[in-house]
Each structure stands twice: as structure tokens, then as C-alpha cells.
Design a protein around this ligand. Structure first.
Ligand code: ASP
Length: 443
């Protein structure tokens, strides 16, 4: 049994929704369908979710939302006419208009794209509609409540042959709508897959699969036929964004593989994302490769701390991390040497006052020989389970970077030997990724 999630481009207009229907009709295992709101029809188009956010902006500015909502009405009219179904969304739009004008918040407005998209798709496919508000739960702080949700999904899908469920949102205990972060319909798909104990979670998008590297950096990169949950986590943390990074958590609880597929090229096998344990134990086979993927992210900052005999000073790391904890600073990486320790943080999370205070406290409390704060660092992650079996991988990575004239600021190799993380200047990020990709994909 499968859960299929279709993203914004698959739901963008009547012709793409017809493609979705063809995929579902051909597959008797396709039982639960999770949909996004209509996305962009062409690059300059505006996603329905953004049009709905404009409604809130219009209401805040002009007192009521009017023209902005009309654009949403028009998008759905076009879809309904193109699908030749008899469906009148006027009552739904009246409720939405009243609620937004009555003070409803951003999450409510943003969620309505998925809500309406779900109603339209269910009607077109002749399937039942299950409102995500009835199954996806958040707590009063707005955190996703996975166990209550799982119970509700199990209950509400029992004895349902096939159904369409909108992605992206759920409800808090007080009935208020809450959304996941942008792109969150992927997360809903994973939650439903866990709740119905699917054999596979198919995530249908507009590319042939997860690529070894961002195609904006290297044209036509290879599609990764299979990657593990762990590899996915490393690559998506670094910004490889085919799938919402939080999608992994629900399916991991139930060992359900994810298959990334392309609605516009359904014969392509896509990318399988499989449980790490099962891959390691040989249950899944893939073509032998040293590196699975490369991704990079800019705008990190590093706090370098140097102190002679740091290694023999009990509690040094604890004291350093305590200073950051007191100021609510999240730690991204912690590469260290014998007498040096570097704390890598997200630069956007720090204001100049906080930086100054942290540096002062480090000086006062740790008496280092040197402390430095460096901004504009990009991290490039080279990821793959194949690395620990192949000698010379690191040296190939570093030679490729030196040949490309990239200055390495920092190196961090995870103890699992699943990744090598290299810190470079922001401006060298793309050059570094390209150089490493070419080294491992020589024709
Ligand atoms: N429609 C939402 C967004 O644009 C969620 C999604 O498509 O997954 O972010």
C-alpha cells in the first residue's frame, strides 16, 4: 500500500492534475493521496500559498481582503473548469473571506490552498476527502504532536479505501489551524505514510530525483538512484531541497522508504531513500559509488578559540558551550584540534551585541591565547557511505579544491565517516562544489 504526495507544480493547473490522476489510476496500491496547493505554472508565476499570504497583507493594510483573494478564486476557477467537474467553491471562499476579515492569522490563510486543492482533487478522482485538521495535531505551543496524530491517522483511515488529504497543516487543541514550515506538505505525506503503515511513500515532484549536486551549479548532474535516511539528512541540512528536511522523522519511525518521482516523467524510477540500517545490512543494493552527493550552504560564522594545552584542561569544551547555551545560540559544527576549538554557528542568528558579549565572556572565563570571530563562511558537505571503504577520498577532495584555487578554512569529518565538511569563503562555495563533483564524476 502506498501514500502518494503531489507537490505544487503537480497541482498547478488542470493539465498537471490530469497527469496526477493518470498516475493514481494506474496504481491499485495508491490509497492515500496528499496534495500541495497549486504552485507555479511557469517560473514567474505566484504560488497559491503566496497569494493567500497576500490576503493577510491586504487585510492588514486596507482593513479587508478583497483583490488578493479574487486571484485565488480565479486560480481555482481555472482549474475546476479545466477539469470539467461540477464543483462550486463559493461557500468555502465565503468562509475564508469572513475568517480572514475577522482576524484569522497567517497559518489559517496559508493553509487554505492545500484545503481547497484537496477538495478539488478528491472530487476529480472520485475519492473521499479527509481534512488534515481532523488528523494532524499540534500542541498549544505549536509543536507537532506526533503520537496523537499517529493515533488519529490510524483511526480515521481505518476502513477507508482511498482518500485525498491536504498537506501542510493541522490543528492545535484549541481548534486553531497551524502549518508546518514552507514546503511542509512533504512532512504531511510522511506522517500519513507512517500512520497507515504504507510500504512506500512516493513523493511526486517535478524533477527526476535527488541530484548528486544542485543543477544550478553543475548542469545535468547525475540522479542519485538510492540514498539512505542519514545521507538525506546530511544533504538536506546543507540545503539540497528536493524534500522538506523534517519528512524523514515520521517515516524513520516505521522504516518506510521514500521514492522521489517525477509527475512529468512518470517512467523514470526516481530516487529511493531507504532506512540506513537496512542498507547497511545489505537489504538494499545500489551501484557502488564513493560519494553520494555534495551540497553547500553559505553564511555561517566561526568562533575560533585557541589555548595552549587545551587538551589537558578539564571541562574546557563544557565551559565554552555553556557560554553559547546561556545566550541561546545553536551550535552547527564543532571541529577541534589539540589546542583549538571552533564553534560554527548560523551567522543570521547572531547580532553584533551578542557576538561581542560572547567573545568577552570567552576571554573572561576561559583565558584563551586567542579568540576570533569570522563571518562569511560556507560549509560544503561531501556525503556518502562509500567513503569509509575507499582510501584516498579526502585527499581527492582536497586536491580538487586546491586545483580550483579554493582556500580551505576548516575541515570536519564526522566520526561515522559519512561526510567530510569543509569550510570555505562564501564566495568559493559554488566553485568548491563544482570542483569536487567533477573530481568524482570524471568522464
Ligand atoms: N504550499 C506550501 C508552500 O508553498 C506547502 C507545500 O507546498 O508543501 O510552501
Amino acid at each position: 500500500m502506498k501514500v502518494l504526495k503531489f507537490g505544487g507544480t503537480s497541482m498547478a493547473n488542470a493539465s498537471s492534475i490530469r497527469k496526477v490522476a493518470e498516475i493514481i489510476e494506474k496504481d491499485a496500491d495508491a490509497r492515500f493521496i496528499v496534495v500541495s496547493a497549486p504552485g507555479k505554472r511557469e517560473p514567474s508565476d505566484i504560488k497559491v500559498t503566496d497569494l493567500l499570504l497576500d490576503c493577510i497583507e491586504e487585510r492588514n493594510r486596507a482593513g479587508i481582503c478583497d483583490a488578493a483573494l479574487e486571484k485565488v478564486v480565479k486560480r481555482f476557477d481555472e482549474i475546476i473548469n479545466g477539469l470539467s467537474i461540477s464543483l462550486d467553491l463559493t461557500p468555502e471562499f465565503n468562509v475564508i473571506r469572513d475568517k480572514i476579515n475577522g482576524g484569522a492569522g497567517v497559518d489559517y490563510a496559508a493553509s487554505r490552498g492545500e484545503f481547497l486543492s484537496g477538495i478539488v482533487t478528491a472530487k476529480f478522482l472520485g475519492m473521499r476527502f479527509i481534512d488534515a485538521g481532523d488528523v494532524i495535531r499540534f500542541d498549544m505551543e505549536g509543536n507537532f504532536d506526533s503520537e496523537t496524530t499517529n493515533r488519529l491517522v490510524e483511526q480515521k483511515t481505518q476502513e477507508v479505501a482511498r482518500a485525498v488529504i491536504p498537506g501542510f497543516y493541522g490543528k492545535m487543541p484549541n481548534g486553531k489551524i497551524k502549518t508546518f514550515s514552507r514546503g511542509g506538505s512533504d512532512v504531511t505525506g510522511a506522517i500519513i505514510a507512517r500512520g497507515v503503515k504504507a510500504d512506500v511513500y512516493e513523493n511526486w515532484t517535478d524533477v527526476d530525483g535527488f541530484m548528486t549536486v544542485d543543477p544550478r551549479i553543475e548542469q545535468n548532474p547525475q540522479i542519485i538512484e538510492m540514498l539512505t535516511y542519514k545521507e538525506l539528512r546530511e544533504l538536506s541540512y546543507m540545503g539540497a531541497n528536493v524534500l522538506h528536511p523534517d519528512s524523514i522523522f515520521p517515516v524513520r519511525k516505521a522504516d518506510i522508504p521514500i521514492n522521489i518521482r517525477n509527475t512529468f516523467n512518470p517512467s523514470a524510477p526516481g530516487t529511493m531513500i531507504v532506512p540506513t540500517k537496512k542498507y547497511m545490512s545489505g537489504e538494499y543494493k545500489r551501484t557502488d559509488r564513493t560519494i553520494t552527493g555534495i551540497a553547500g550552504k553559505t553564511d555561517f560564522a566561526a568562533i575560533y578559540v585557541e589555548k595552549s594545552l587545551m587538551n589537558s584542561e578539564l571541562g574546557f569544551a563544557r565551559k565554552l558551550l555553556k557560554i553559547l547555551e546561556r545566550r541561546n545560540i545553536l551550535l552547527e559544527h564543532l571541529p577541534s584540534g589539540i589546542d583549538t576549538m571552533t564553534v560554527v554557528v548560523d551567522a543570521a542568528s547572531l547580532c553584533p551585541e551578542t557576538v561581542n558579549a560572547v567573545l568577552r565572556e570567552i576571554k573572561e572565563e576561559l583565558s584563551p591565547n586567542n579568540v576570533e570571530y569570522v563571518e562569511g563562511i560556507a560549509l560544503v558537505a561531501v556525503v556518502g557511505h562509500g567513503m569509509n571503504r575507499k582510501k584516498g577520498t579526502a585527499s581527492r577532495v582536497f586536491s580538487a579544491l586546491s586545483d580550483a584555487d579554493v582556500n580551505i578554512r576548516m575541515i570536519d569529518q564526522g566520526s561515522s565517516e559519512l561526510n567530510i565538511i569543509i569550510g570555505v569563503e562564501n564566495g568559493d562555495c559554488q566553485k568548491a562544489i563544482k570542483a569536487i563533483y567533477r573530481e568524482f564524476n570524471k568522464k
